[in-house]
Design a protein. Structure first.
Length: 318
């Protein structure tokens, strides 16, 4: 089986979750996810073959890489931000056991825990998708994570995230508390790989509050549109990914647009109050045409009044 056209589809909650994986573990997880039809229920098991894995990640020893990853994944946990109990769950519900059968057939068997099923299957809203081959040549775990964070916001090409939140998602230790270390070892290294291999062009800036580095603002252009899995209702799939998966990205610019609209409306209100004080017909929701008509009427009244004043008080000869 080849990876051409294979798509990784995840709930956005899973993308923003907090966890640590090795590169091999991340690759195996993504390979397994790409074999799930995200429109349907979670399968009881997922078989990832060495050929399929190698076609994505260009591994020289794919079975060894998958075997090592499957064995260590049993110990890995993930913390979902939106879970009420805020607890951690395992990725896998069964521990991988290597034996002569699967060695000969060159595959590993992946069984995700039921707790993760709702983030990988039967997805209708708030999910993101991308072609798995786009991440096939990434070599650091931070590159994988940052790429997925960005793909959520492919509609706007903009992601703003607090540094604390960014570090929490990656479960970075105190060794990365210094901004210079965070930038050099994590952000710059990840962006370098992403820009070189995925079809994205990413830049970023650090936003300060006083002297404190507070957040990161990523801007990117995506030359390759993430592909949705083929379905009988592509419009519905596109709606789930585009409208709901990017709901948070739209809110990045919504606050600025709302503030601008409010400022413009406030200026209009002030102008109307100055021109037409106490006029009940011109409340804060009066439209422009109505304002023009009222203004014209007031001017006519003023001109008529001035005419009467001149008639009542003719100019006296000196």
């Amino acid at each position: 089986m080849k990876s051409k056209g294979a798509t990784v589809t995840k709930s956005n909650e899973l993308i923003t979750a907090s966890y640590v994986l090795s590169v091999r573990e991340q690759r195996l997880i993504l390979a397994a996810i790409s074999l799930i039809d995200s429109r349907k229920e979670m399968p009881s098991e997922i078989i990832v073959t060495a050929d399929y894995y190698a076609s994505i990640f260009h591994s020289k020893n794919p079975y060894r890489d998958m075997r090592d990853a499957a064995e260590s994944l049993w110990e890995r946990e993930i913390s979902m931000k939106n879970e009420i109990e805020m607890g951690s769950v395992r990725w896998l519900s069964e521990k991988w056991q290597s034996n002569s059968t699967n060695i000969g057939s060159g595959h590993v068997r992946i069984v995700f825990t039921p707790a993760l099923a709702k983030y990988l299957s039967a997805l209708k809203v708030r999910f993101s998708s991308y072609d798995i081959e786009r991440v096939g040549r990434l070599t650091t775990i931070y590159s994988f994570r940052l790429f997925e964070m960005l793909i959520q916001f492919k509609t706007t090409g903009y992601l703003k995230i607090s540094i604390d939140e960014f570090k929490q998602r990656l479960k970075l230790t105190s060794a990365y508390n210094k901004l210079a270390v965070l930038r050099t070892r994590v952000i710059d290294a990840a962006i370098g790989e992403i820009n070189t291999t995925t079809g994205m062009n990413v830049s970023y800036e650090v936003i300060f509050s006083g002297r404190k580095a507070e957040s990161l603002a990523f801007r990117f252009q995506d030359a390759v549109k993430a592909k949705l899995k083929e379905s009988g209702d592509d419009d519905q799939a596109a709606e789930g990914e585009g409208a709901d998966a990017d709901a948070d990205s739209k809110s990045n610019g919504a606050e600025n647009r709302d503030a601008t609209d409010q400022a413009q409306q406030a200026q209009t209100d002030v102008t109307q109050e100055k021109l037409f004080p106490g006029n009940p017909d011109l409340d804060h929701h009066a439209n422009v045409e109505k304002a023009k008509e009222a203004y014209k009427s007031n001017i006519e009244q003023i001109n008529a009044l001035m005419g009467r004043v001149l008639i009542s008080h003719p100019k006296q000869d000196e």
